[in-house]
Design a protein around this ligand. Sequence first.
Ligand code: SF4
Ligand code: SF4
Length: 250
Amino acid sequence: MLGSGIIKGLLVTAKNFVGSYHDPARMVTVQYPEERTQLPENYRNFPFLVSEDAADPMGTLRCVACQICEKECPPQCIYIEKSKDKKPDATGKMQLYPAIFDIDTSVCMNCGICAEVCPFDSIKMDKVFEVAATNRFSGLLLHREQLAKSNSYYHQIHPVEADEVDTRLAAERKAAEEKAKAAAAAKAAAAAKPATPAAPAASPVAKPQDEPRRSPSGEGGPAPAPGAAAPAPALKPQDEPRPSAGGPAT
Ligand code: SF4
Ligand code: SF4
């Protein structure tokens, strides 16, 4: 029918117009800042450092100051200084920690590479976007005290991702504990094992240099004592006196 397409289009428009007053899926405008929409799971803004315990954020940072994120950050806006001492990490292994960890958020481009390359799940992307400051330098340079946020906060903003990370870390901790237990048991078994008796001393074996030295004549026998007269050399057939042509020599 002529004009049916136009009528269909007008019906869709009317449906959306009416729905925008009562259908939550179509009410996309909110009265910010009094009202806020739920940000999607993968929304990201600036990075933050994950700490295990909200009561002791500096003592339970997951970061071990390996500086991989500092090297990989494209605009080089991360600055880290390693500690001089060590503390246990999430798996109980003694590790360094960041004495200084700064991010210049005036330079950060929210790429998320630091969170991707971190092998310890220590740095994650935050969802906070209201970061206006009156000082563009010190106000946007965040130190580790400002960057540290608890693991429970991480679960609030990225629930699916945080669950996966916790499951993986729990498996790593369990494997580390089992390995440590096995090593301790092997050490205890080795300590309890009785010492094996010492092997009897082997009889001395005559060495070539211990054999009696041959005499200078090469005939064998012990070498003459120093100062003794040397024995007369044995006559050999070629050394005997040769008979003269006319009989025996006079
Ligand atoms: S999000 Fe990107 S730019 Fe920002 S600190 Fe991480 S790696 Fe650097
Ligand atoms: S946040 Fe991760 S990658 Fe960066 S220094 Fe700490 S442990 Fe290394």
